[in-house]
Ligand binder design. Structure first.
Ligand code: HEC
Ligand code: HEC
Length: 265
């Protein structure tokens, strides 16, 4: 009788813990993994693998490999690094139990992580300062990097980029010569022809609120716009967030040093 009571007590004590763990796994799947792999383990894009129905041991092993870097992925590494071993195993078990899908199946983007607040200011080339030009000979494009005055002022004094900061990249087709090679201007950079696209990251108060912590870049949001300045709805902001996440110490910018150098001139 005493033993039975102990077993019952243990059972009752153990139950809530188990339920809490399942909730965490579900929450992670629903808010983080689903942004790329879909709620049901069927991914949102061709370059992202389906997880549904894959063997649990394989999935756990891949997650550990992303974490220790033996399998390289700029997107999965920062995600796997934030989860402990027990959670990786739980997520692997979760996805392996889901029915596999035909290769043509695709999940919809997750609203919380694909929705962005970034807009393209109509006159930003005037309101912003250019701090970098990068030529891409293979792609025959040239990209101009612009920062808002708020970002410039913070960079000049070595402060983290605050709300109100915006970084806008304009990618132009390079002007080509008769042989089809990019022509250079007097500054040594490719001469820009028509705009191909705009790539942006910007932050305002509250913009990070709906982003799950594993992906959140403080208040930064991301967006891409086409040559007609229309937002590319197919862009999965979760990928921008995941890859820029490890750059927290440099205000989530890869090239903060370039901005700082220009701002201090
Ligand atoms: C921002 C998008 C994104 C998010 C969010 C994301 N993944 Fe991934 N995942 C990828 C991409 C891209 C790959 C392919 C990586 C490569 O090999 O280049 C991948 C690969 C994997 C693989 C390897 C699959 C295989 O077939 O080898 C596993 C396992 C995995 N992810 C699990 C997860 C789990 C679990 C989560 C949630 C905690 C998650 N991922 C969240 C994008 C994402
Ligand atoms: C796989 C990693 C990766 C992903 C995904 C990614 N970026 Fe980046 N991003 C970089 C790297 C590396 C640089 C610096 C090199 C360069 O500018 O060419 C950069 C630079 C930038 C910059 C210039 C500011 C800076 O120094 O970081 C902006 C703005 C930007 N990315 C926006 C985006 C947007 C918008 C998305 C999503 C559509 C995105 N990025 C997705 C890796 C990534």
């Amino acid at each position: 009788m005493k033993v039975l009571l102990q077993v019952l007590a243990l059972g009752i004590l153990a139950l809530p813990t188990f339920a809490a763990e399942t909730d965490t796994a579900k929450e992670r799947v629903g808010t983080v993994c689903a942004a790329c792999h879909g709620m049901n383990g069927v991914s949102v894009a061709d370059h992202i693998p389906n997880l549904a129905g894959q063997r649990a041991a394989y999935l756990t092993n891949q997650l550990e490999s992303f974490r220790d870097g033996s399998r390289k992925s700029d997107i999965m590494k920062p995600i796997a690094e934030q989860l402990d071993g027990a959670e990786l195993a739980r997520l692997a078990t979760h996805f392996s139990a889901l029915p596999p899908a035909p290769s043509s199946a695709k999940s919809a983007l997750l609203d919380t992580t694909s929705r962005t607040n970034v807009t393209l200011p109509s006159s930003f080339e005037r309101g912003f300062k250019r701090y970098l030009v990068k030529n891409d000979a293979d792609g025959k494009v040239v990209t101009h990097y612009y920062a808002s005055n708020v970002a410039f002022a913070a960079a000049a004094t070595g402060k983290p980029l605050p709300d109100g900061s915006g970084i806008y990249l304009v990618t132009y087709e390079a002007k080509l010569d008769a042989d089809g090679n990019p022509t250079k201007g007097s500054d040594g950079n490719f001469i820009p022809n028509q705009v191909r696209s705009y790539t942006a990251m910007a932050r305002e108060a509250g913009w990070g609120r709906d982003v799950p912590s594993v992906l959140r870049n403080e208040n930064w949001n991301y967006a891409v716009f086409d040559a007609k300045r229309e937002i590319r709805k197919s862009v999965n902001q979760a990928e921008c967030l995941a890859c820029h996440k490890p750059k927290a110490a440099s205000s989530y910018l890869f090239l903060l040093n370039e901005l700082t150098a220009a701002a201090r001139k």
